[in-house]
Ligand binder design. Sequence first.
Ligand SMILES: C[S@@+](CC[C@H](N)C(=O)[O-])C[C@H]1O[C@@H](n2cnc3c(N)ncnc32)[C@H](O)[C@@H]1O
Length: 299
Amino acid sequence: MSGGNVEQNVRAFYDAIGWKLESDGHYQNARYEDLRPVSAEYIHRCHLRITPYFADGGKYLLDAGCGPIQYAEYLTYSENFEKRVCADISITALKEARKRIGEHGLFVVADVANLPFAPEVFDGIVSLHTLHHLPLDLQKKAWFELVRTLNPGKTAAVVNGWTESAMMKRWQPWVERAEKVGHWIARLRGKERSEKQPRVQASAAVQTQKSKAVENGQATGTFVRKMDAAWLRTELADLSGQIRIEIRCWRSVSVRWLRALIHPPYGKLALRRLFSLEEEDPEVYGEMGQYPLIILRKQ
Ligand SMILES: C[S@@+](CC[C@H](N)C(=O)[O-])C[C@H]1O[C@@H](n2cnc3c(N)ncnc32)[C@H](O)[C@@H]1O
């Protein structure tokens, strides 16, 4: 599938489904996050890991693939900037983002792989969970676009899940066991059917995207090829004269891991411990865990 088709499918998905508000007050897209109270503190602290990188502020912060700026912590990234430039291919995302930040924002329908901005205009760039939507060749272009538009001496912070996390791979058997036990318990309580319903519908939406991509011959595209730290360093090697790259930890565990293994009464404590471990060794958890925080400092 060509880059244009992928983009159209992604846009159609977010316009029609992903950024639709549901009756519980969350976007449909939030179903892919763990919103349970037991995980809330950990997730909140992970979101805030980005804020200190933008403490110095400046004129424009670019939010590339901003979505609706769906979590309150996201607002802190631009609090020291004059304007947050929200760029997204989904018009629904931009309309929702405008409801959140109003006059503080500038809203631009734009593709991260072809940013319609002059070089070196941004005093900071943030991009969360967006680049993985692009076919791999366009991902490289998007990284270059971020660097092109970043002011020298400034920082870009990008969060993008690895397609294969060594840490999550090691945990896989435990996650599967815990899921089985969870299903047995749910069945015993007679709850399974009613709880499963929304997840099945949500995954159908993503599955539609994935199967369309595969059906259309995108076997080496967004969803299939391996994206890990080694791949990223190779892709960005040409930029080594311009930027310094740090791979740190944003969140080392996946939503599936959280849902399977973290439960009251000890889940919150376990996540506090995990957060401390990530803080002690951010590079290791960044490379081995699920979600790296990739910091680009432009020289
Ligand atoms: C998973 S959402 C993440 C949104 C937000 N950054 C967050 O973390 O909540 C991905 C967003 O990227 C946008 N997107 C996908 N491909 C894009 C592209 N090529 N250019 C710009 N935005 C894109 C989607 O429309 C969607 O709003």
